[in-house]
Design a protein around this ligand. Sequence first.
Ligand code: AMP
Length: 542
Amino acid sequence: MLGLMQSQQLLISSLIDFAERHHGEGEVVSRRVEGDLHRYTYKDVAARSRRVANALDGMKLGFSDRVATLAWNGYRHLELYFGVSGSGRVLHTLNPRLHPDQITWIANHAEDSVLCFDMSFLPIIKAIHGRCPTIKHYVALCDADKLPADSGIPGLLSYEAWIGAQSASYQWPSFDENSASSMCYTSGTTGNPKAALYSHRSTMLHALAGALPDALSMSARDCVLPVVPMFHVNAWGLPYSAAMTGAKLVFPGPAMDGKSIYELIEGEKVSFAAGVPTVWQMMLGHMSAGKLRFSTLKRTVIGGSACPPAMINAFNDEYGVEVLHAWGMTEMSPLGTVCTLKNKHLSLSSPEKMKVRLKQGRGIFGVDMKIVDGEGKELPWDGKAYGDLLVKGPWIISDYFKGEGGSPLVDGWFPTGDVATIDPDGYMQITDRSKDVIKSGGEWISSIDVENIAMAHPAVAMAACIGMKHPKWDERPIIAVVKKPGADVSRDELIAFFDGKTAKWQIPDDVVFVEAIPLGGTGKMQKTKLREMLKDYQLPAA
Ligand code: AMP
């Protein structure tokens, strides 16, 4: 017997309809490429998203055709989120930090039809436009009078002129909620990049689960700053969860430096911000140099790579801001776990609480996890056994776009490539990426643990631990360190700093001081590049 409930497809267009009707006056504030602050409401987002939909109809774009963006976090990008997906096309967010050759490869693989870009990326467009045969229209996200006469892009359109010529009334179509809504290519550290192809249903369920109190806890009383880029896994779904809850949205545009982010948080009364550790590192540096305080920020979700304990401490103890450590992947839309405390943790001492906060957190409803050993045997949730982490759920990929190379699933589970423990309370802790784990004398050393200890040293700005070939132990850890400006520490002092903080055999054999650690397009340390940088390095003789 079937239930007797209305069957309504879960579609992204319903989010912006809801935000317009229930939170029409809710604000969306964006720092623009032009440098100024743009301010309008969800009512405006909705009207202009409908103009986008009409404009795409005018271009005769078919259902599921790809509309690419090369854009910062901002209001026009938000309108494309709703206008493109809402009208049945697929929003393809391109990562501007990639090399133009990679962007070309990705745009061709996705068979993008339209590319909308912020003017700061015109040089990229100039480099790729002759090499992307499927792209028929280039749209610059600016006013008509800002279009350069000599852009070199034939038929270049101004977004404002393009959507300005359209009606603001549009009937969002209804279709199967399993239809594709957006796509994002993974960083692809090996082989070609691969795309996760999200659906309306997966996006809506992810937005709902992400907004829950023990996940990101979003409400109409929040003012949310997604520093995490809209070109990387839909800014962790925040634009959707914000529309679903009516939270005020604040977008940083291209200004991602510590000072600009701090000023935006203070100026717009941001209560909740989200980003990768490297961004917060810059902001905390700016705050400590200027002895600055937060007046409204309450929570910050930090993910994308492991959040160093020193950062959790700084936010928590110095600034009274709760850190929600979170973990996920492009293939997971991306939210998998969020580290919110349970009642039993509230009475713990600060150091004990810290041990919990350092973990990547509990699986949110909808995400099933398990850890397995090398033979695929499931390991216990005892907080000690570590193994390959596999996940399952309605917003986790079943295959990659154009799925070359067979299904990525193993018995229905997606192997994340991360190595983790899970404790009896369900808190998962990443010990490493499987390819970054250091295998020393048959035992595994977590590069994350080593980095966390180094990062706690007051003179260390950034630390990356990698394994070096060793004749006896197979591999031994060394640590590449960037010093804080004006601070100093010697190799021996830093090695001595590990004493008593970890097992002796897990202490790195050497420290290499570097100017910078290579970061990838999404702010993560690129250990493959670091290994290349240090290819002539020799471990010190024992
Ligand atoms: P991406 O798909 O580019 O977002 O990368 C996903 C990968 O980033 C995961 O598989 C993890 O290896 C890593 N990652 C994400 N969040 C965290 C975190 N909180 N701690 C440690 N690693 C993380």
